[in-house]
Design a protein around this ligand. Structure first.
Ligand code: ZN
Length: 155
């Protein structure tokens, strides 16, 4: 990979988020818990969600895990973007993010921070890194109850 490409890939925001994540930790209470793993890179993520009493709105999202800058920055940006969203809106955003990784979509102005991940679409081997947290939150939202053993792989 050429240096210029690397520079594009690890944009300032991605590195900044990787070094100083704003949404690391666990929610209190934990209404959903989901682990995700990306074997092709070795990224792992543990997502916790706090939902509204009716269960249809995300009050808070936090993540823990280890992985490359892209996977961790993507998780941090996602956690921020999903706060206050309804389950339905969140699932739409998952779809949009996955489409963005295919180069087919981007986020509107109010969610434009997520567009910093757009450059990853040019690097097929890293797309799974960027998608991991989104793939994992989708699984978490589609569960009916918190399942502590929940573990998914995106392979
Ligand atoms: Zn990775």
């Amino acid at each position: 990979m050429a240096l210029d490409n690397l520079r594009d890939l690890y944009q300032q925001v991605i590195l900044e988020r990787y070094k100083k994540p704003r949404n690391r930790g666990k929610t209190d209470p934990i209404d959903r818990y989901q682990k995700g793993h990306n074997p092709s890179c070795g990224d792992t993520i543990e997502l916790t969600l706090h939902l509204s009493p009716s269960g249809d709105r995300i009050e808070d999202v936090k993540f823990e895990g280890e992985g490359c800058a892209i996977s961790m920055a993507s998780a941090d940006l996602m956690a921020e973007a999903l706060q206050g969203k309804t389950t339905e809106e969140a699932l739409d955003m998952v779809q949009r993010f996955q489409n963005m990784m295919k180069g087919e979509a981007e986020f509107p102005k109010e969610q434009r921070k997520l567009n910093v991940m757009q450059g990853v679409a040019q690097f097929p081997v890293r797309i799974k890194c960027a998608n991991l947290s989104w793939h994992t939150v989708k699984a978490a939202l589609e569960l009916k109850d918190a399942q502590p053993a929940g573990f998914i792989s995106n392979e």
